[in-house]
Design a binder for this molecule. Structure first.
Ligand code: 6PG
Length: 251
């Protein structure tokens, strides 16, 4: 059972609070399945952007459970990534590796249906290549993902759009190579242009350490615009924040 928090934002903006991380994962899996079935019935394909980090792992695992596996025609899905660390695909820090282990391999998703950000390549070249791969997937039409899953960092970052980094200002490209001083490393990330064109965006936020950032953004408290996740708002899409009670504890 989720609690809907009334919000002053347009009606497509929803915030659901779930009792705990397990309920959050289940709610996320339910939303994923609903969006996939709707897109496949409507257009024959579901193009989804997977989130990195650790929170989505439980959601991905629930999608592979027999009880849900049969409800989605997996061969009609095309998988993309919101961001990637600049490491090899087998590196323990790789977002692709996490998704491969938790979702793609258990469901036997063919490699040709997965567009991986090539973190092992030179960042600027990898970003350009990914952008070209996205444009090919949309046959030159504007890239509009059916669903984008996102996480939230304690500093208010999302994907690899970190505070005070150059990719925040990118308005033309869909993919950027972004140097992150706090980690002294490069990342690959979708830009706000790509994220905000989506038909549906879902944030998955779990744990007390995210509570301050989530509350600042969702309640538009002083300085919220300094948090990159506050700039995610699908222009012509629907928007859902899923939080567990710990992450919503400062609302
Ligand atoms: C990454 C993610 C990042 C993540 C948040 C939350 O590459 O790290 O894309 O944006 O979603 O940092 O991470 P957790 O889910 O691990 O808290």
């Amino acid at each position: 059972m989720s609690t809907r928090i009334p919000d002053s934002a347009p009606s497509s903006f929803e915030v659901h609070v779930l009792p705990d991380a397990a309920a959050l994962a289940e709610a996320g899996a339910r939303e994923f399945a609903r969006a996939a079935i709707e897109a496949i019935d409507g257009q024959g394909v579901f193009r989804v952007v997977l989130a990195g980090g650790s929170t989505p792992r439980a959601l991905y695992a629930r999608l592979t459970r027999a009880s849900r596996r049969g409800s989605i025609r997996w061969d009609h899905l095309r998988f993309f990534f919101g961001d990637e660390r600049c490491v090899s695909p087998d590196h323990e820090q790789s977002n692709y590796r996490m998704a491969r282990e938790a979702l793609l391999e258990p469901l036997k998703i063919p490699a040709r249906h997965v567009l991986r950000m090539k973190g092992e390549e030179e960042p600027a070249r990898a970003a350009r290549a990914y952008e070209e791969a996205i444009r090919r997937q949309f046959s030159g039409r504007p890239a509009r993902f059916d669903l984008v899953l996102l996480g939230l960092g304690e500093d208010g970052h999302t994907a690899s759009l970190f505070p005070s980094t150059e990719a925040l200002a990118e308005r033309r490209r869909l993919v950027a190579a972004n140097y992150v001083p706090k980690f002294s490393e490069w990342r690959l990330t979708l830009t706000f242009r790509a994220l905000n064109a989506a038909r549906r965006v879902i944030f998955l936020v779990s744990g007390p350490q995210k509570a301050a950032a989530a509350a600042r953004i969702l309640k538009k408290r002083r300085g919220y615009q300094d948090l990159p996740a506050s700039a995610v708002f699908p222009r012509r899409g629907t928007f859902l924040w899923l939080l567990d009670e710990a992450a919503a504890s400062r609302m």
